[in-house]
Design a protein around this ligand. Structure first.
Ligand code: ATP
Length: 299
């Protein structure tokens, strides 16, 4: 288990990470969310032992994270650090050996991963000759060559097209199924929602929402009902527990204070004509975040 306990980091007088705690278990995919400057990269660097901090403790299976456990860790840094003059194969050997793998093992794993990422033909190509997306694939492959127990991914999806996002997700899910602990950062809540079960949202270095997404949504209580058909916005707003009615393209989104209100809305809707949709939805993470923290969060 990865345990981050009450980590606090100042750069001079500036408080960059404020009393942050979370845990990631084997097989769990954990999201660290926040806008630019929220403290995500700083947190990762502290986890990797690349930055000192003033307070707190970070442990992997009860032990500090240092050079003795490098072979169990994979880290995809935000600034893409590739050895651009080397070929894909040379780079894999360089980093693989640093992680204690034999050349034979590296080449075996490299072939499998290049195939999964559909870039086998680039094995002997220099990194600088590859497109950005393919360079990112190579960096990711390098980070997971050692099948890490702890995989840290700083903005892994940035700059990738939707097809490649899927390839990355598939591989991350495979590693999680094998028991890796995976922690990744993003400023896109929609990416995270479909993908991880547990998260922390940072605002100015402080956790403002944390835990399992399903619990966060349950605690929030509010729900949305999507309705298509001949209904009146004014009539809906008269129903007790209806907070807001928004007009979307060809439907209404009715925001209610709790699930108990669904029945009253349904009683009204069932007597109306041409109803083609009545759907109860949980609010998105983005919506919960905006309700809790304000509109300042950029998508
Ligand atoms: P991004 O999404 O832009 O990468 P982030 O969430 O990773 O942002 P950090 O890079 O961790 O954020 O930065 C957190 C805060 O600490 C920012 O306000 C940043 O300006 C500040 N900061 C980061 N590195 C330093 C440094 N070396 N010296 C002083 N301040 C720093």
């Amino acid at each position: 288990m990865l345990k981050v306990e009450h980590i606090t980091k100042y750069y001079g007088d500036f408080l960059a990470v404020d009393d942050l705690s979370f845990e990631v278990q084997e097989g769990e995919i954990f999201g660290l969310l926040g806008v630019n400057g929220a403290g995500k990269t700083t947190t990762f660097r502290m986890m990797m032992g690349l930055l000192d901090y003033q307070k707190g403790k970070i442990t992997l299976n009860g032990k500090p994270i240092d050079y003795r456990v490098t072979d169990q860790i994979g880290f995809l840094t935000e600034e893409r650090s590739l050895l651009t003059k080397l070929t894909v194969k040379q780079q894999a050997i360089f980093f693989g050996v640093l992680k204690g793998l034999s050349k034979k093992e590296i080449l075996k794993r490299l072939d499998i991963l290049l195939e999964r990422f559909e870039i086998s033909e680039y094995k002997e190509k220099k990194i600088k000759e590859l497109s950005k997306g393919n360079q990112q694939k190579v960096q990711f492959i390098t980070a997971i060559l050692n099948e890490p127990k702890l995989l840290i991914l700083d903005e892994p999806f940035s700059g990738l097209d939707p097809f490649n996002v899927e390839l990355f997700k598939k591989e991350i899910l495979r590693l999680a199924q094998q028991g890796s602990m995976i922690i990744f950062s993003s400023h896109r809540m929609d990416h995270v929602e479909l993908f991880c079960k547990k998260l922390v949202i940072l605002v100015k270095g402080k956790s403002v929402i944390e835990g399992y997404i399903k619990d966060i949504k349950k605690d929030y209580r509010k729900k949305n009902i999507l309705i298509k058909g001949d209904v009146s916005k004014e009539e809906l707003l008269k129903i007790g527990g209806v907070l807001q009615v928004l007009e979307k393209a060809d439907e209404l989104e009715v925001k209610i204070e709790s699930e108990e209100v669904v029945q009253s809305v349904f009683e009204y809707v069932k007597n109306r004509k041409n109803i083609t949709k009545f759907m109860v939805e949980e609010p998105s993470l983005q919506e919960i975040f905006v309700a809790k923290v304000g509109e300042t969060y950029e998508k």
